[in-house]
Structures are given as structure tokens and as C-alpha cells.
Design a protein around this ligand. Sequence first.
Ligand code: SF4
Length: 316
Amino acid sequence: KHFPIKRTIGEILTRVPQRFVKAVDGVSFEIKKGETFGLVGESGSGKTTTGRLLLRLIEPTSGEIIFENVDITKLKKEELRKFRKNFQIIFQDPMAALNPYMKIGEAIKHGLEIHNIGSGRQERKKLVMQMLERVNLSPPEEFYYRYPHELSGGQRQRIVIARALVLRPKFVVADEAIAMLDVSVRSQLLQLLIELKRDFDLTFLFITHDLATTKYICNKIGVMYLGKLVEIGGFKDIYLEPLHPYTKALISAVPEPDPKKKKKKIIPKGEVPNPINPPSGCRFHPRCPFAKDICKVEEPKLIDYNGRKVACHLYK
Ligand code: SF4
């Protein structure tokens, strides 16, 4: 009443700094059907932005996102809406992802209604019950009429998984999906994701800051640093023989359960630079223990190297 909308917007615009961050730059990778591709990196590396771009939850300014030969960046609003059931996302915070005023069963059923799956109320309810059981929330009747706040964090995340998978998607982005849970619940949820991936024939993009978790679920790993992909390789290659100095540092920080095995720690210098003004040349150069003069001026390209991909001047 007291602040006309125009004035409020004007005020907000004048207060917001007019600077744009290229959160993801020149990132290109391929995920094969049935694969689990792990995208790892510190916070601010652009991995979450990449996951959201793939589902067009954020509009890319340029580039292509090809899914089953369709460039989804070209889809119009209505085509995209129909296409959406093919790909789903599981967010980090289940409490924020669920409507606190909606009963669990209704929240899962809502997606079925939007995408017109199931022939009526009863059939949709049956599909929801089956899905609740499949994510080990049993007996399902006990969960269907409850609200999110009546459940534990692990149970809420199972609901989010059920809501995504009841639509029978082909591609799922799990964005730090188990990061907020207690350690014991985390391993149960990881096991559940592995089983669901197998049973539902899913393809996964598994986004995490914790390289150790990728060991259990990922076939392939992509390592991101300040909005760039710096290395891509099979899980074993990355884990046993990392190429990029940043990947080496990440691997050396993973705790080694066997006390007899000694690991050489590689600790990058300083803090992660501000993504608003990334360093010239190789973005990792101010922190890299192997940096050469060329690294400060020339950006390394992501090149093929012995069947893997790496962006670093140490490899030609
Ligand atoms: Fe280090 Fe240079 Fe390789 Fe960058 S390009 S990771 S600075 S050696």
C-alpha cells in the first residue's frame, strides 16, 4: 500500500551491483545411458549450476544440451513441460524441497497429476503407495497422510526421492542429495540410490563436494574448479592416478582407512579466488604447486590424454 511496486523495484535495482558472474564456462561432457557421472569440486566450482542448467532450471546464455538427440535448449515452454518428466532432480535440503502444508502422499501424487500419469485418483494413489514402499517407507499408509515436519531428515529425503522417481524419469540429477544427513543415514540413502538406479534403469548426475562418496556409486568423474571442467575420467583412473594438480589435491584429502597406506598430501596454496574476477590463464595457477610461467597467461584446453581428458599445461 505504502510502496508502489514501481518504486520498490527501482530501489532494488539500484542497490543490486551490476556485475555478472560466469558461473560455468565452456563446460562440455557426455553421460552415457545407465552411467553415473560424478561432478565434484569445492563450493563455488559451478557444479550445482551445471546440474540445474542441464535440466533448464537455469537458462543457459549459450551452448547445447542434447538429450536423446533433442537439444533441450531449443524446446518451447510447453514442449519442455512435457519433456520434463524424463529428468528429475533430488535437492540437498528435503525440508526446503517439500511443501510443509502438503501431506506426503499428496506431494508425490501432485507430480503424477501434472504429468498426467495414471488414469484416476485411485490408480495414482496406488502408484504413490508402491513408490513409498520402494523407498523403504513402510507401511506406506502410515506415511501417506503425514506432513514433512513429522518425519526425520532421512525419511524426508526418501520422500523427495519417491516424488522424483514416481514419474519414471530416465535421467536424475542428485545434487548433494545425501550431504545434509547423518553419517549412518547417508550410507543407507546411498545404498538406496544404487538399488533404485539399477531397478529403474536410471542415468545419474551425482553432484558432490565429497569425493569419497563417489567411490560407491560413480563410473565416471568430472572435476570442476571455478566454473571450468579440469579433468574427466573413469572412476578408477581418477582415484588411483589423478592427472590434474587440483584433482591430486582432492584425492590426497580423502581419508585413507588403511593406516599402513601412507598418502602424500597435496595442499593447494591460499583460498579459492572470487569467481567474479577469476585468475588469468589457468584459474588454478595462484594455488598450484606445479605452476609455470605459461600457466599465468594461457588458459589450458581440455585435451584428450591417454583416453582421459585433462586441462593442464603439464600434459601435451
Ligand atoms: Fe597447475 Fe599450470 Fe596445470 Fe594450471 S596449468 S594446474 S597452474 S600446472
